[in-house]
Write a protein that binds this ligand. Structure first.
Ligand code: C2E
Ligand code: MG
Ligand code: MG
Ligand code: MG
Length: 286
């Protein structure tokens, strides 16, 4: 009896493993096809300056336009791209596509929009990233100071010394560097001070309950003060309500992004929105 139970249990687990392994393989091969068939697309979420209401940039966010399933979000395929190594190919494409888009928008008359691109730990640690970015800036003609890379604290924390020198190499290209999801990782103040960063992106979880949640309100104030002391710009992520926007403006946060202003949009819709925004905010700045 015990023996047959044991067998059942192991049969159960083996089935489970093969099942998930099969699903993974399926997804991996579909993802390879998606790359070849150019089914990956970038959406762009506006980043808005709080003081002026002007759109100053965009975060590029990847989606998979599957002919059968429709749009698939990054949370479903980026982890597989990372574990299979496909992330390198995808990541290089994201950087190249973002630079091309930035140049196209300039040609459309949208001005100097910054484009920020997410870089995962795997990409960051792989040799050749700096060279690829240098090549891409050269071949597309996109202005280095308009390109920003976002990395999470955990991506940077892997090997301190390496991270610092890697970031310094990237900085030397003239691009901007941001910490994404700030506050959810374990970076120390000493670490923050040592890194050549330009932007802290405050994680949505600190923004969600603003302004009524006293502690979160104080944390956001402290982050803004700290960031400004260190010379960083602060961006609030995931702003969904006017009251959050108003509070962030009140405490001197620099930039926000979130559904309250706009969801991530296809490139053409983003451009239309920016043109409208330029008309509405005309005179605020100039
Ligand atoms: P992230 O970089 O922290 O991006 C923010 C996520 O929050 C995005 O989800 C965005 O659509 C969503 N978001 C923005 N505003 C709001 C809001 O007001 N409310 C809510 N509920 N959500 C909001 P998305 O596009 O599904 O991306 C998820 C994550 O996937 C990103 O988190 C990023 O870590 C990763 N990712 C996206 N694109 C890329 C890429 O090209 N390369 C890599 N390596 N990772 C990517
Ligand atoms: Mg991001
Ligand atoms: Mg984020
Ligand atoms: Mg995130």
């Amino acid at each position: 009896k015990a023996k047959s139970e044991g067998r059942n249990i192991s049969a159960y687990y083996t089935d489970g493993l093969t099942q998930s392994a099969r699903e993974r393989l399926m997804l991996e091969s579909r993802l390879r096809t998606a790359i070849l068939e150019q089914q990956l697309v970038l959406f762009y979420q506006p980043q808005v300056q709080l003081a002026t209401g002007q759109v100053v940039g965009a975060e590029a966010l990847i989606r998979w336009q599957d002919p059968d399933e429709g749009l698939i979000g990054p949370d479903r395929f980026i982890p597989i791209a990372e574990s299979t190594g496909l992330i390198h190919e995808i990541g290089l494409w994201v950087i190249q596509q973002s630079c091309r888009q930035g140049v196209l928008w300039q040609q459309l008359g949208l001005g100097d929009l910054r484009i920020t691109v997410n870089v995962s730990a795997h990409q960051f640690q792989r040799e050749g990233l700096t060279q690829h970015i240098a090549d891409t800036l050269l071949s597309t003609g996109f202005n280095a100071s308009l390109l920003e890379l976002e990395m999470t604290e955990s991506a940077l924390l892997t090997q301190h010394a390496d991270a610092v020198s890697l970031l310094q190499q990237l900085k030397q290209l003239g691009i901007r560097l941001a910490i994404d999801d700030f506050g959810t990782g374990y970076s120390s103040l000493a670490y923050l001070k040592a890194l050549p960063l330009d932007v802290l992106k405050v994680d949505k979880s600190f923004i969600d309950n603003l302004p009524q949640h006293q502690q979160d309100a104080e944390i956001c104030k402290a982050i803004v003060r700290l960031a400004h002391t260190l010379g960083f710009e602060v961006i609030a992520e995931g702003v969904e309500h006017q009251r959050q926007h108003d509070f962030l403006n009140h405490i001197g946060c620099d930039v926000f992004q979130g559904y309250w202003f706009a969801k991530p949009l296809p490139a053409d819709e983003f451009a239309s929105l920016v043109l409208l925004n330029r008309q509405q905010t005309n005179g605020v700045n100039d």
